[in-house]
Design a binder for this molecule. Structure first.
Ligand code: SF4
Length: 336
């Protein structure tokens, strides 16, 4: 069955004539939302940082006690290692990522992706050294950086734009999560939707593509909130979107609230419905880069019965087919 939305894989194949694989790396950054009086970070964050499966060393069979008894989350800022160690680590991560992908897919096309934590949270001089190092290791197809909207000042954006002549495309992934400022406050994001609009406009002015991260099923959010979030992402011209269903990770603020029965997580059905709701309202040309969270099992407290990605994709396609729905079929209608 063909997907009823623009997948990232199709986009890459059409653009480059072949698949391109991301090498996700951790540049050793911390996060401004964990410093000073924002030290707790976002309610859903366990301070582990996103990482691809090939770097995970503690993956294992889930033990209820490991999540429910250990206070696994990092509460404050991350300890930032000296720059030389971080540069060295980037080299090792790229080597490891490449050899894993080569072994598994036998390809030679890679993009470099600063994935973990707030990958613009450093001085411009330091960022330049880290980005230069990564880009010196291979002829990467795309350069991708993941960050927060309030960590993108003009100087940093200028630096990121300076890499446009080294790769085919430069992307910044911006965490919005919701367009509703009350929700952002509720989940302790430490930025506003206005910060997001400002950041995206500045990135676009310098020819940098944007992918926006959102979370479905956030506490207190209704379909109207989702609708408003999609409208905002459409209106700023975000080229891509990553949709995450709400996951509760051990030791987080949300974990405490979940254990007290104050919040719940969406079921499989609800997550699929939410995805369909979003995709039908997206700009038809937007690239859907992700539709679910894939948190490592040993960190995930809930939902424990969530289907895997291929099952969710299959069910979402079936449901969209049943409604004769496809990406953007309600976009014009909703714009009015
Ligand atoms: S911005 Fe990212 S790293 Fe920082 S607290 Fe939130 S989720 Fe964690």
């Amino acid at each position: 069955m063909e997907n009823r939305w623009n997948t990232y894989t199709t986009y890459l194949n059409n653009k480059y004539g072949h698949g391109v694989y991301r090498i996700g790396i951790d540049g050793g950054f911390s996060c401004p939302n964990r410093e000073g009086d924002r030290s707790g970070g976002c309610s859903f964050c366990d301070g582990t940082g996103a990482s691809p499966t090939y770097y995970r060393t503690k993956e294992g069979k889930w033990k209820r006690s490991s999540i429910f008894q250990r206070n696994v989350a990092l509460k404050g800022p991350r300890k930032v290692e000296p720059l030389d160690l971080r540069l060295d680590s980037i080299e090792k991560q790229v080597e490891r990522g490449m050899s894993f992908i080569k072994r598994r897919y036998n390809v030679d096309y890679y993009s470099i992706y600063f994935q973990a934590w707030t990958s613009t949270y450093a001085s411009v001089e330091e960022l330049k050294k880290l980005y230069d190092k990564a880009l010196s290791l291979y002829k990467f197809t795309e350069f991708i950086i993941s960050t927060r909207p309030d960590s993108l000042d003009d100087e940093i954006i200028e630096l990121i734009a300076s890499y446009k002549n080294k790769v085919s495309d430069v992307w910044v992934e911006v965490g919005l999560q919701s367009s509703n400022n009350s929700t952002l406050e509720r989940i302790k994001r430490g930025h506003t939707s206005e910060d997001y609009v400002k950041a995206v406009n500045s990135l676009h002015e310098r020819g940098i593509k944007v992918s926006t991260h959102i979370i479905t099923g956030l506490p207190g959010e209704s379909r109207e909130d989702l609708r408003a979030t999609v409208k905002l992402i459409n209106s700023v011209g975000s080229e891509g979107i990553k949709i995450h269903n709400l996951d509760i990770l051990g030791g987080t603020q949300f974990f405490d609230e979940y254990m007290l029965g104050e919040i719940s997580v969406p079921s499989n059905d609800r997550a699929i419905e939410d995805c369909m709701f979003i995709i039908r309202r997206l700009r038809p040309d937007m690239i859907v880069q992700r539709i679910i969270c894939e948190s490592p099992s040993h960190r995930l407290a809930a939902p424990r019965n969530f289907f895997d990605k291929s099952k969710i994709i299959q069910l979402l396609n079936e449901q969209m087919e049943e409604y004769n729905a496809f990406q953007g079929d309600l976009y014009e209608f909703e714009r009015i």
